[in-house]
Design a protein around this ligand. Structure first.
Ligand SMILES: [Zn+2]
Length: 246
């Protein structure tokens, strides 16, 4: 059956002398893997649309679960073009692809996450506030896949995360925990209440409010450490691209 979709290219691998395997994150179907016959030829049926993180309108033939779907058309809508001298912007794009490859499933659509990914790539291509834009992307992913930690109250006792206190990060329970609820054996990843407040804005669905944030260096450090721990927990390993995003 021929299907139409709009998608971002997450991975391209050579398959044979003329063909490629292209993994997409589509708005309509979530992640899909397609065989692009002739995809390695410059003058082939896909011209030069098949670049990492390019956004395309595609047509594909959906196959049974044991074989790859067959890509029949790919029309380029836009490319990911980070500034040439800003490698970190390029790496942020690779990181976006890594999270979508690892944290979503085939044929599990998340149209909201697709929109967030498109917006994030636009933000990554304009290097201002890149660390914050990367965090914004991570928290949108965590929200969409149902792994966003609680940011309002202590997951132990339900006390409000007020700004004047310090909280521990309790990853397995999905949130922050106050000093009274912490046990000796818990790891000490600490986050100030003010950082939790910044994170609430950063994680919100609204795509404007977070742009007004100007967190302190300490808050950025705390958010980075907490987010790395949570994303690594969700993926079952530390994401490879994070090491390049320093
Ligand atoms: Zn508590």
């Amino acid at each position: 059956m021929a299907e139409k979709a709009e998608g971002l290219i997450l991975r391209v691998t050579d398959f044979s002398e003329s063909s490629r395997i292209v993994v997409w994150f589509t708005r309509e179907f979530g992640r899909i893997s397609t065989l692009a016959k002739g995809g390695r030829r410059l003058k082939g049926p896909f011209e030069s649309a098949l670049d990492l993180l390019a956004q395309c309108q595609i047509v594909f033939l959906r196959k049974s679960s044991s074989t790859l779907d067959l890509l029949t058309e790919a029309r380029l809508v836009g490319r990911f073009r980070p500034p040439e001298k800003e490698l970190s912007c390029l790496y942020a794009g690779y990181y976006l692809a890594e999270l979508l490859l690892n944290l979503t499933e085939d044929y599990d659509p998340h149209p909201g996450l697709y929109e967030s990914a498109r917006l994030a790539l636009t933000d990554f291509a304009n290097s201002a506030k890149l660390p914050l834009a990367v965090l914004r992307w991570e928290w949108r992913v965590l929200d969409e896949i149902g792994q966003r930690p609680e940011l309002e109250v202590c997951v132990g006792c339900g006390a409000l995360l007020t700004e004047d206190r310090v909280f521990g990060v309790w990853i397995s329970q999905g949130g922050l925990i106050c000093a009274e609820c912490q046990r000796e054996d818990q790891q000490r990843l600490l986050v100030h209440g003010g950082t939790a407040k910044v994170l609430r804005t950063l994680a919100a669905e609204d795509d404007q409010a977070w742009r007004e944030l100007s967190p302190t260096i300490q808050q950025l450090k705390e958010m980075r450490a907490m987010t790395t721990a949570i994303v690594s927990h969700a993926m079952g390993k530390r994401p490879t691209m994070l090491a390049y995003l320093k």
